[in-house]
Design a protein around this ligand. Structure first.
Ligand code: T6T
Length: 333
């Protein structure tokens, strides 16, 4: 458990840290409708959103923001997500867009390499491609990428972990999702880099959860038995965090090991309230969705497009959670 003194110190630190960034960057003026886009001029008002996985509060909140923006601009947004966060399941959804040929595709690629060819195929039909959340390694495919500063989010988590440890020594485990997930891989990297600044905190390494809560729970169980000095866990996304909380609960280690999660799903927020998580790094998926639609339409209208846009991130603790409810993710619009 976080003691009152520690909680107060952390609360003050969080107030100073809070919103990391909300500004766009690298505005790139681009020539209108390169590549024979079907665009607004062609009268095509269909947009497609392909999130990373179905029924997941982060992507539901993104969809809500995207739908609102599309509606306001007179576009129709159709969302189709894979059942699991898996490129082999996302690929047929993307290639299937050849049949409906939307004016633009907003996509969260589930693998930064494997999804390149299918997305390029759709782009070659004249569909404008915008990346929302995750991105491909090949930066030539999308006209715009809207994402949180994930590496900075990882750094903020490490800084928070150090405050929670309050000088105590021990090892700290990172739960990443899958290799090839641009966002969570960057969070793990940012965390590990920043951790080196705190000599009392030793890295217990990075484990992959395959984005499955059960795998995350069993990684925590294994780490608790192989690393008796484990004092902290950083879970790089929602499923990893929810699974880590289960692992700690099963071992009776809630509060004894500090857990910092990423995202703000209803279950993580409940966990924060209950003291299972000591902090959450929340994103703003609705803004990511809205900006994705804005940039797609700008491209279709032949206007300037921002190549990279950074969405806000915020560290939420039990102490500041009531002031930050707007960051909690939705399960329906
Ligand atoms: O953390 C988000 C998203 O940013 C990441 O790319 C994948 O996992 C989530 O969707 C949460 O489950």
């Amino acid at each position: 458990m976080v003691t009152t003194r520690r909680a107060l110190a952390l609360g003050a630190a969080m107030a100073a840290a809070t919103v990391l960034a909300a500004c766009g960057s690298g505005q790139v003026g681009e020539a209108p409708n390169q590549g024979g886009q079907t665009g607004a001029q062609g009268g095509n008002k269909k947009l497609a959103l392909v999130p990373g996985v179905q029924n997941e509060p982060f992507y539901i909140s993104m969809q809500c923001g995207a739908e609102e923006e599309a509606r306001g601009a007179g576009y129709e947004l159709q969302t189709n997500a894979p059942q699991q966060f898996d490129a082999t399941l996302q690929e047929p959804i993307v290639t299937g867009l050849a049949a409906t040929k939307p004016a633009a595709l907003l996509i969260a690629p589930t693998d930064d390499v494997a999804m390149t060819e299918p997305i390029k195929q759709v782009k070659n039909l004249g569909v404008v491609v915008v990346e929302v959340d995750t991105a491909l390694k090949d930066t030539s495919v999308a006209v715009s990428t809207i994402t949180s500063n994930n590496e900075q989010g990882g750094r903020l988590a490490a800084e928070t972990m150090s405050k929670l440890a309050n000088g105590k020594s021990g090892s700290v485990l990172v739960l990443d999702t899958k290799a090839g997930t641009s966002t969570t891989n960057a969070r793990a990297k940012g965390f590990e880099d920043e951790l080196k600044k705190y000599p009392n905190l030793k890295s217990a390494g990075v484990e992959f959860t395959q984005n499955e809560p059960d795998v995350a729970a069993s990684k925590v169980t294994a780490a608790l038995s192989s690393k008796p000095d484990l004092i902290g866990i950083f879970a790089t996304n929602l499923n990893s965090g929810e699974g880590a909380a289960t692992g700690l609960r099963n071992a009776g280690k809630i509060g004894a090991v500090n857990l910092i999660g990423f995202d703000a799903s209803p279950s993580e927020v409940e966990g924060l309230k209950a003291g299972e998580f000591q902090a959450l790094i929340a994103q703003d998926p609705a803004t990511i969705g809205k900006e994705g639609v804005k940039q797609a339409i700008a491209k279709l209208d032949g206007k300037d497009v921002k190549r990279n846009i950074e969405a806000p991130l915020i560290a939420i603790t039990k102490e500041n959670m009531s002031a930050n409810e707007k960051y909690f993710y939705k399960t329906k619009c």
